[in-house]
Design a protein around this ligand. Structure first.
Ligand SMILES: Nc1ncnc2c1ncn2[C@@H]1O[C@H](COP(=O)(O)OP(=O)(O)OP(=O)(O)O)[C@@H](O)[C@H]1O
Ligand SMILES: [Mg+2]
Length: 253
């Protein structure tokens, strides 16, 4: 039995553009289950990033609600939302968005300090462990401008998990990476998921999509398709790619 960790009910998001409303999310209903590596796909402009922002509390819905583990979060005030995000949610974007005048170590640790449940010493120890695990310990004292895009993105993944979040939200995390760095970041995310980390990722990238245990397809502000897959295994990558391609073409991707 899967547990529901996040639930969107009749979720709407509209933007006022040139005096008229653009309905980007149109009564989205979905559940995210514990243990899954959930991937959202859909054509450009379908509302994938908007959905991710509204689910993660970075933006507010204009209708409907979002629940996270039995708690309605879409109506929390800014302060409660910020502390929920700091403790429960991790974020990875297309660009690493590291703070340019902090070292990789500091970039990761600073997010750890935001979570008041951990001592600074514990945060520093965990930061060092994570940088090791991401294979960037040698770059720990360098500034973002002194590391490669892949190293920066691995630091961003370390930052996303420093507070042991209940869920990682990732929007095109491999969108700016070359092939090798893409594989490295995806391997890390796959391994995190194998160890129980819940992940919700938006992507266009087939190499990223095959890592999913559950795929959702968003079109015209609604979830119109879904497919589940067993946990990723490298030996099956080709077969999975075919399976995802067939599913996507049935969605008219
Ligand atoms: N702040 C905003 N103000 C007005 N319109 C917006 C805003 N943010 C997004 N939109 C519009 O909402 C629609 C969906 O945008 P969104 O970024 O969610 O799409 P997406 O599915 O992530 O696309 P892509 O695959 O290109 O990243 C687009 O038409 C976009 O122009
Ligand atoms: Mg987007």
């Amino acid at each position: 039995m899967k547990t529901t960790i996040m639930k969107a009910t009749d979720l709407c998001k509209s933007f006022a553009v040139g005096g008229r409303q653009n309905h980007v999310l149109n009564r989205v209903n979905l559940e995210i289950y514990g243990g899954d590596f959930t991937v959202i796909m859909g054509s450009s402009g379908a509302g994938k990033s908007t959905l991710l922002y509204v689910l993660s509390g970075m933006d507010r819905p204009t209708g409907g609600e979002v629940c996270y583990r039995d708690r309605v979060i879409s109506h929390l005030d800014e302060k409660d939302m910020a502390s929920l995000r700091a403790q429960e949610f991790g974020f990875v974007f297309q660009q690493a968005h590291l703070v340019s005048n902090l070292t990789l170590f500091e970039n990761v640790a600073v997010t750890g300090y935001l979570d008041k449940r951990q001592s600074e010493k514990a945060v520093r120890e965990r930061t060092a462990q994570l940088l090791q695990r991401m294979d960037i310990a040698e770059a720990a004292e360098r500034l973002p401008s002194q590391v490669s895009g892949g190293e920066a993105q691995r630091a961003a993944v370390a930052r996303a998990i420093i507070n042991d979040p209940g869920i990682i939200f990732a929007d095109e995390p491999t969108g700016a990476l070359n092939k090798r760095n893409t594989r490295e970041v995806l391997d890390i995310m796959t391994q995190l998921n194998e160890n129980g980390q819940n992940i919700l990722m938006v992507t266009h990238d087939m190499k990223a999509a095959v890592r999913a245990t559950r795929l959702l397809y968003l079109e015209d502000g609604k979830v119109i398709g879904e497919m589940t897959m067993p946990p990723y295994q490298k030996e099956e990558a080709k077969r999975r790619e075919k399976q995802v391609e067939a599913w996507l073409s049935s969605m008219e991707w």
